[in-house]
Ligand binder design. Structure first.
Ligand SMILES: Nc1ncnc2c1ncn2[C@@H]1O[C@H](COP(=O)(O)OP(=O)(O)OP(=O)(O)O)[C@@H](O)[C@H]1O
Ligand SMILES: [Mg+2]
Length: 348
């Protein structure tokens, strides 16, 4: 106790921006050492695949330099069609037999050739005392997709010690930093995808990626107003006024947010149908897309759940001279996954 522990640098490579976070574990909790975000050209990362490694590499290099991060042990997370996360039920068996079983039988659970994927698994805590069944979380990720990331990071002389899954990183940071544990729906709305992860009794019971996000808004604004993408992004963020087009803009926001909320409600309804005795206590929002004005209130109205704008820095030690409080609060939702990677120890 009280000893400082070295942690990895968290690098969240999103389709809109790369986010980097460096934390330190102290006796008094996590301390924020560095954080930053840099947009990457559209199309650099698509559906979790690294399409333009050089662009992403340049952004990471610039961020690490600006932030003066010397630590070379880093962690990334992945998502998209090339990663499969599946919970399977098996007869109770010891750890060695389980490892053997997964190696031999994994193919039946995943839609890829077993030689083409990296496999990982984790035994979940038993849901019932004395059960003869165990639950195992199986993760399979396409080697060619992961290798592209590893090669790109290797060129930067970084040591990738962790390849996590977006949803797990989010779950970790929520569980580590919240002071109100309970059954929740974690919802991360990024630029090109929405990740919904329902945590019940400390375990993820429903996880899905849906191909909707804030980029949708930009594209629709650009089309409807016949303007450039960059200009549409500025209007979306409220940086440029477009008073005479207000009605059209509002209609696009309403239509898109309605679609997002329908997806969220579908997931919650499915969860409640299977777990009627385990109501959710709140819905926790993260990702840049969650900052759409009025979205929180709208989700609250439609789901009846208290909506929390996730701020992973809330219970961390943040030097106010180094990190402006308002800036931290505004960037916090986008930084959630990067912080979820940055809480992991460097020696594991
Ligand atoms: N106030 C806001 N209103 C609407 N959208 C916003 C706002 N602030 C940021 N965004 C959008 O959030 C997105 C960036 O969020 P984030 O960094 O979470 O995405 P990402 O991780 O790069 O994407 P993904 O996870 O989908 O690959 C951008 O599309 C940006 O325009
Ligand atoms: Mg993201």
């Amino acid at each position: 106790m009280g000893k400082k522990e070295n942690l990895i640098t968290g690098i969240d490579i999103g389709s809109h921006a790369v986010k980097i976070c460096q934390l330190q574990k102290t006796g008094k909790g996590y301390k924020l050492l560095a954080l930053g975000s840099m947009a990457i050209p559209p199309g650099s990362v698509e559906d979790g695949v690294l399409e333009e490694p050089d662009e992403v590499r340049k952004a990471i290099a610039a961020l690490l330099k600006n932030l003066k991060i010397k630590n070379t042990k880093i962690g990334i997370s992945i998502s998209g069609y090339s990663v499969i996360v599946k919970k399977i039920n098996l007869e109770t068996m010891d750890d060695d037999s389980l490892a053997e079983y997964i190696k031999a039988e994994a193919e039946q659970y995943i839609p890829f050739d077993i030689d083409d994927v990296y496999l990982d698994f984790q035994k979940l805590p038993p849901r019932k005392e004395g059960s003869d069944q165990i639950e195992v979380m199986l993760v399979a990720a396409k080697k060619e997709v992961i290798n592209d990331y590893l090669d790109m990071l290797h060129k930067l002389k970084l040591k990738t010690v962790l390849v996590d899954v977006d949803g797990f990183a989010l779950e970790n940071i929520w569980e580590t930093t919240t002071d109100a544990p309970g059954n929740v729906a974690l919802v991360d709305i990024g630029a090109s995808k929405m990740n919904i992860n329902i945590i019940s009794d400390g375990v993820s019971v429903l996880a899905r990626d849906i191909i909707v996000g804030s980029e949708q808004l930009t594209e629709q604004l650009a089309n409807a107003l016949e303007i450039e993408y960059e200009q549409a992004e500025q209007i979306k963020l409220g940086l440029v006024a477009a008073e005479e087009q207000r009605e059209k803009i509002e209609e696009i926001f309403t239509r898109t947010c309605t679609q997002w909320v329908l997806e969220i409600k579908k997931a919650i309804d499915l969860y409640l149908a299977n777990n009627p005795d385990k109501p959710l206590i709140s819905l926790v929002l993260s990702g840049g897309g969650s900052k759409v004005t009025g979205l929180q209130e709208y989700i609250h109205k439609e789901t009846g759940l208290p909506v929390i704008a996730f701020n992973p820095f809330q219970n961390m030690i943040c030097d106010e001279k180094k990190f402006d409080r308002e800036y931290l609060e505004s960037i916090a939702p986008e930084m959630a996954i990067a912080t979820g990677l940055a809480i992991r120890p460097a020696a594991f």
